[in-house]
Design a protein around this ligand. Structure first.
Ligand code: HAM
Length: 430
């Protein structure tokens, strides 16, 4: 026998018990997004390498180290990748499908899988899922505050209150270039004290020196020039506005002058929601910001935009740490059990009659009725309907209320109205 094949490293199965928590998190996400007027959109998991590379930035970890290439069986002209994030694809979809023709902004959101080939650890996976929210087409700082408020509303709806929100402004094309020169001038004499990654970044992506987690690099940033002191009047004004809107919305935040984010497309406002329970370097629940330059680098008209993405796994993990996960609901409310052999057809018929009213599963296996009843007790079904050959002949079942233990005989046709005339929801998908 070949060795059992296991899943790829860094990916995980979400089993039914945990999936219930995901459903809760997703339902809350849909609810929050809709309450703010955002519409659901789906974009492909596979995108052209060029889109992601130009969108996210070639010198980011995401592109330099973590991108997954899709290898078609036959050579293809276009190099394809698994999306490491959704924003570049959302902007592409916005233009390609003419959403830019409608009055701005387009308020869009999606929930789906992203892929990054990073070293797996708790809270960091190679396949993970994001809620991604984007407001495309308007430069207003009010939209930065809006997406932050949406994220906060979602987390609060889930009972997550004690996150910290960090905000910063990293300027724009008008003020950042001069600041970057100052930053380089500060770090160049310190070059030998920097780690190898930062030595390289010093010339290619100096902003990233500020959020380097290496112990040898971190202390050096304290005396580095701060972008907040070098913003142009427009950026400074926008940042003041974002902060005052957050204050008006009752959203506490902390200024973090070192917050720069790991993707290259950001301008002006950047932010991150963190939670202490996630711990370590993976403490970010959500992150985002304004990215006014992205559309242009992927070949479309310059278009301001802002948004954020949150890790579904990390939100579920935090809820789990807090003991806030919902109990997994039983697979069904009613189980129809065969008491004897060759009863598959009547058992299926009873279940068919009951399903408009309650979630119903069947057991016509040859196991003993005792074993089936024990399994039903453990599974937490509310009712059990039992039938043997004679009862099938008479078209009746023994209906047992599993809480009270009361049992009564009733005709098959009576089942739906007795169990609840209202059709029960089909249950949360997944
Ligand atoms: P990001 O900071 O790269 O931003 O990712 C956002 C969130 O996704 C993180 O805060 C984290 O919760 C989750 N996440 C990222 N990588 C992993 C991983 N390997 N395993 C588990 N969770 C992970 C973006 O992706 C931007 N596209 C956000 C954005 C939208 N900016 C503007 N619009």
């Amino acid at each position: 026998m070949p060795a059992p094949i296991r899943a790829a490293r860094g990916v995980r199965d979400v089993l039914p018990a945990e999936r219930a928590a995901w459903s809760l998190v997703e339902r809350a996400a849909h609810g929050a997004a809709r309450r703010f007027g955002y519409q659901l959109i789906e974009t492909p998991i596979i995108e052209p390498l060029e889109l992601v590379e130009r969108g996210v930035g070639e010198d980011t970890d995401v592109i330099a180290k973590e991108i997954y290439f899709v290898q078609p069986r036959q050579g293809s002209e276009q190099r394809l990748v698994l999306r490491p994030e959704a924003t570049a694809g959302m902007v592409r979809a916005y233009f390609q499908n003419g959403l830019n023709q409608a009055p701005p902004p387009a308020r869009l959101y999606t929930i789906g899988a992203m892929f990054r080939h990073d070293r797996p650890q708790a809270g960091r996976y190679r396949e993970f899922h994001q809620l991604d929210v984007e407001a495309i087409g308007e430069a207003s700082a009010a939209l930065d505050a809006e997406v932050i408020e949406l994220a906060a509303a979602w987390l609060r709806a889930l009972g997550l209150e004690d996150w910290t929100l960090e905000v910063n402004s990293i300027g724009d094309g008008a003020c950042r270039p001069a600041y970057l020169e100052l930053l380089k001038a500060y770090y160049r004499p310190l070059r030998d004290q920097l780690g190898p990654d930062c030595q390289r970044r010093l010339e290619t992506n100096p902003l990233r020196l500020l959020d380097c987690k290496e112990p040898q690099c971190q202390p050096l940033r304290e005396r580095a020039p701060r972008i907040a002191d070098h913003l142009c009047p427009e950026c400074a004004r926008a940042f003041v506005e974002v902060r005052s809107l957050l204050e008006a919305a009752g959203i506490p935040y902390r200024l973090n002058p070192y917050l720069v984010r790991g993707l290259d497309y950001y301008t002006r406002t950047v932010f991150e929601f963190q939670h202490r329970l996630l711990g370590g370097a993976q403490n970010s629940l959500a992150g985002g910001g304004r990215y006014d330059g992205l559309s242009e680098v992927i070949g479309y008209r310059p278009t301001p935009a802002t948004g954020f993405a949150a890790g579904i796994e990390r939100v579920v993990l935090t809820l789990q740490e807090l003991g806030r996960l919902p109990a997994a609901e039983p697979a069904a409310e009613l189980a129809v059990l065969a008491d004897g052999p060759d009863l598959a057809a009547p058992v299926a018929e009873v279940a068919r009659l009951a399903r408009p009213a309650v979630r119903t599963l069947t057991d016509a296996s040859p196991r003993s009725l005792g074993a089936k009843m024990r399994a039903a007790g453990r599974a937490g079904y509310r009712w059990v309907a039992i039938l043997d050959a004679a009862e099938a002949e008479r078209r009746v079942v023994r209906l047992r209320d599993m809480d009270s233990g009361q049992q009564r005989e009733l005709r098959w046709e009576e089942l739906p109205s007795l169990l609840g005339a209202e059709p029960s929801p089909a249950g949360v998908a997944g």
